[in-house]
Design a protein around this ligand. Structure first.
Ligand SMILES: [Zn+2]
Length: 292
């Protein structure tokens, strides 16, 4: 009887010790600067704006060295939110941050949209101000220890300024930068899902936002006459203000479909493509040994 009790006591003690050491290990995990980055406990949040500075300091760069930075615009978009160009890359960042093991920087909700300023609710930042501000944001992310700076751009009007800012920061800070224009990256997915090309506030952007904000899509306000083709060939003409807020990449194609199933499928496939690009690009940088 006594032997049984002793054995039982030993077993209970061993179990308690195992549990205690596991708890201690879990507590120390986020701050560990070891090679087992993949096994460390996940951060309490991936959003920089929600992390306290102490946890950020423990995570970056020891545990996480990639950041997703959404850049958008505030401008008319057919019958979908004016903030679409910010909302889309922000939703994308939240969806893929775990997969690419990144933190998410706060979104820059304003961009360059001079030709759409005439529309209610639009805001455009002067080009010189925007370029300097965007570069400062990227520069600060590099200064904070991120080695892979991934710009998730939601607005074509920002692209030239963001490419230039990313180039300057990458070379000055010796970090790696990737600027993603998701609607162009997903060109073939758009054609597969909708059977035709897309457009600004067209089938592709409308579906992408409908996937996560269906309550802010307004088909009751839509008519096909609201859409115009973008000038083709490029540069054939130019209008200020832009005469339509739905701009089809190709004449006769890209009208919104407002189909919920299509929206879900499109959102999933676009995000998979962007995550794949990011992982592949980081792997290639590592392989090349640049700015390691
Ligand atoms: Zn847009």
């Amino acid at each position: 009887m006594r032997t049984t009790l002793t054995i039982l006591r030993t077993v209970v003690l061993a179990a308690a010790l195992t549990a205690a050491s596991a708890a201690a290990l879990a507590q120390s995990a986020p701050g560990r600067k070891t090679a087992d980055r993949g096994q460390a406990a996940p951060p309490t949040t991936r959003e920089m704006a929600l992390l306290c500075w102490q946890e950020f300091g423990e995570l970056v760069p020891a545990r996480i060295d990639t950041v997703l930075a959404p850049f958008g615009s505030l401008e008319p978009h057919g019958v979908i939110p004016s903030g679409t160009d910010s909302l889309a890359p922000e939703a994308m960042a939240r969806d893929i941050a775990g997969r690419v093991d990144a933190l998410i920087a706060p979104t820059l909700n304003y961009g360059l949209t001079e030709a759409m300023k005439a529309y209610p609710g639009a805001v455009s930042i002067p080009a010189e101000t925007y370029a300097a501000f965007a570069e400062s944001v990227l520069d600060n992310l590099a200064a904070n220890g991120f080695r892979n700076i991934i710009v998730l751009n939601g607005h074509g009007g920002n692209t030239t300024a963001l490419n230039a800012a990313a180039t300057r920061v990458a070379n000055a800070r010796r970090v790696r930068a990737l600027v993603v224009n998701w609607w162009t990256l997903a060109d073939d997915i758009t054609k597969e899902v909708f059977g035709q090309n897309g457009g600004h506030a067209g089938n592709n952007e409308t579906a992408y936002v409908q996937a996560f904000l269906p309550e802010h899509i307004h088909p009751e306000r839509y008519s096909p006459g609201m859409a115009s083709p973008t000038p083709a060939p490029a540069g054939a003409y130019y209008t200020v203000p832009v005469a339509s807020t739905i701009l089809l990449y190709e004449k006769g194609q890209g009208y919104p479909t407002f189909d919920a199933a299509q929206a879900k499928a499109y959102f999933r496939r676009v995000n998979d493509r962007v995550a794949e690009l990011i992982l592949d690009t980081i792997a290639k940088w590592d392989l090349a040994g640049v700015y390691k």
